[in-house]
Write a protein that binds this ligand. Structure first.
Ligand SMILES: [Fe+2]
Length: 596
């Protein structure tokens, strides 16, 4: 039986395909359309899923959409009517886009996939999130917590999963939303909403949470974790472009200019920003204020998430927790859940945001609606498209690109380790690209984490990103506990997907300067031999050569672009950046040989 899950028209569009309950393929549309956070109908991702399973749309038994468009439309309509006439723009835009095609998604799916009406099912937004975590987890029963911006009406929910049964038992409704609160600060701090939330999290350790009391004026939390926003500070419920209002600005000061370089006294002035300004101190002080605000919203967010997690524990009495929704990508909060709540095991799947709800919708249809038994556990993120050695070699030959091909893996890995050891920045593209926003060794840029200058080198050559954004370490799962404060690291699923931030052990902070954040933490990825054998073998070989089985891993893309998919995209990104070496499967390309 084939079940296709779809998410689109909100944040990230994606498709995911199940064959008899096992995931066959899953991908976000942006990787094919090359439009970051593409939210349109995911036709390329659907084609890719069908191609991977070697079927056509006629073979699909069901298609499950990740939310209920009419209920969402009702929310938009009612909210804009309540705040009319301030909301006239939202109202008009909602009418145009929703009455255009969003509302008629069922007809669209029927037409595009030539499938009967009774074969198109609808899940609910938070149920899809919950299903994406619970049904991918190895847990037979678990509490479920979903937190995001907003679905139809729900912005957070507590649920319970038992076998194939999944129910949401409590919810918080729009406009009271932790995700939208965090997004308001993301915008205030000069970053793009639904993209810059990571930057706020990265900026926070440079600040002191001195504005916590002020942030608590915006959100009131009860002991049972339920919360309310004080709407007099926000405008997201009646504006298409503003999330916070003048009262918010009176409380926190003017928003940060998005074009302002971020640096503080503790970060120093990175060379890749250019010449150190004469008024460095004044600018650093101005930035410090924003870092303090980032620290404050991060702290409050963590407190609210912890309260919700405690409530989920109290409600269910269970010791395992599945987390989903955009806020489940807050890896600092996730780390605290593990350390500070009674939950012993946590599961988060790598695409915890809206794209990931496609997999949840399909699994919800299969298990909860059709009542089919479970058997699938998401152990790795490699569900995207692969390009075999013949395709790669044809591409390289057609374009006259010089390369070495290694059919012996040991020799390939020895060559890559040599380059890393010599300080090269290596583009690494292997197998199927990752599901979700993080690069996990399938489409990664790799470097030696032991070098103090490597952060600046990678930023200067490729990422040009703010100095407050840490680079992540990939570490052999069996050696992770030697370097990071995560006992029994190998058994923690979120660490496979880079979704825990933990302390780098004090004695190793100096060993691993390029991946240790300013507060001594690291967003580690544990690499398991059985899940990603070649990446594991590479880190192992690097460990044998250097004594440190850890690599710096960042996503294989240029700033603002989606992560690469094809050999051509990888090569173009390689050439447009300062990367030294490119590895495409078994093929190695050297920059020096290309530019002669
Ligand atoms: Fe969501």
């Amino acid at each position: 039986m084939y079940v296709l899950g779809l998410s689109c028209y909100f944040h990230d569009a994606a498709a995911a395909l199940l064959r008899d309950g096992e995931l066959v393929a899953a991908a976000e549309e942006e990787r094919f359309s090359r439009k970051k956070h593409d939210y349109e109908y995911p036709e390329h991702a659907i084609d890719f899923c069908l191609r991977t399973a070697k079927i056509t749309a006629a073979d699909l038994d069901y298609v499950v959409f990740f939310e209920k468009p009419f209920v969402k439309f009702e929310r938009l309509l009612l909210t804009s009517l309540q705040t009319y006439p301030r909301s006239h723009k939202v109202f008009r835009e909602a009418m145009v886009s929703w009455l255009g095609d969003k509302l008629w998604i069922k007809n669209l799916i029927q037409q595009r996939l030539k499938i009967k009406a009774d074969r198109v099912l609808f899940s609910e937004h938070h149920l899809s999130h919950a299903a994406s975590a619970f049904y991918c987890s190895p847990f037979d029963e678990a509490a479920v917590l979903t937190i995001d911006g907003v679905g139809e009406w729900t912005t957070a929910s507590i649920g319970i999963g038992r076998g194939t049964d999944l129910k949401l038992i409590k919810e918080i409704r729009f406009p009271h939303s932790l995700g939208l609160l965090y997004s308001a600060f993301t915008a205030f701090l000069g970053f793009e909403v639904n993209e810059g939330e990571y930057k706020v999290m990265g900026m926070a350790p440079f600040g002191t949470p001195r504005y916590v009391e002020d942030v608590w004026k915006l959100i009131h939390v009860a002991d049972d974790g339920s919360f309310e926003l004080d709407m007099k500070f926000f405008s997201f419920h009646h504006s298409t472009h503003q999330t916070f209002n003048q009262r918010f600005v009176e409380l926190f000061g003017a928003p940060r200019d998005p074009h302002m370089n971020f640096f503080t006294a503790s970060s120093g002035f990175p060379a890749y920003f250019g010449e150190r300004p004469a008024d460095f101190e004044a600018q650093a002080r101005a930035n410090q204020h924003y870092a303090d605000i980032a620290a404050s919203i991060q702290k409050v967010t963590e407190e609210v998430i912890l309260k919700l997690a405690l409530a989920a524990h109290k409600e269910t009495g269970l010791t395992k927790l599945c987390l989903a929704g955009g806020c489940a990508l807050n890896s600092v909060a996730n780390g605290r859940i593990l350390r500070e709540t009674p939950f012993e095991d946590v599961y988060v799947q790598p695409a915890a945001g809206d794209g990931g709800a496609a997999v949840g919708a399909a699994l919800y249809g299969y298990h909860a609606v059709l009542g089919k038994p479970r058997g699938f556990v998401m152990q790795h993120a490699a569900w995207g498209e692969a390009h075999g050695p013949d395709v790669t070699e044809r591409f390289l030959r057609e374009h006259g690109i010089p390369f070495d091909r290694y059919d012996d893996e040991d020799k390939l890995l020895a060559c890559v380790v040599d380059r890393l050891y010599a300080g090269h920045v290596v583009g690494w593209s292997q197998g199927r690209f990752e599901w979700g926003p993080r690069a996990l060794g399938q489409r990664s840029i790799l470097a030696d984490p032991r070098r103090a200058d490597m952060k600046d080198i990678v930023n200067t050559k490729i990422k040009f990103r703010e100095p407050f954004r840490p680079f992540a370490p990939s570490v052999l799962a069996e050696r992770a506990a030697d370097y990071f404060d995560l006992p029994d690291a190998a058994r923690h699923f979120p660490a496979r997907f880079m979704l825990y931030v933990v302390d780098v052990k004090a004695e190793h902070r100096a060993t691993l300067p390029a991946i240790t954040h300013v507060d001594g933490t690291g967003r580690l990825q544990t690499v398991h031999r059985e899940a990603t054998p070649r990446y594991h073998a590479l880190i192992d070989a690097f460990g044998r050569a250097t004594g440190v089985p850890v690599l710096l891993n960042t996503s294989f893309n240029l700033r603002g672009e989606p992560i690469v998919n094809t050999p051509a995209e990888a090569f173009n990104t390689f050439m447009a950046s300062g990367m030294d070496t490119l590895v495409l499967g078994d093929h190695v390309v050297d920059k020096r040989a290309v530019i002669g």
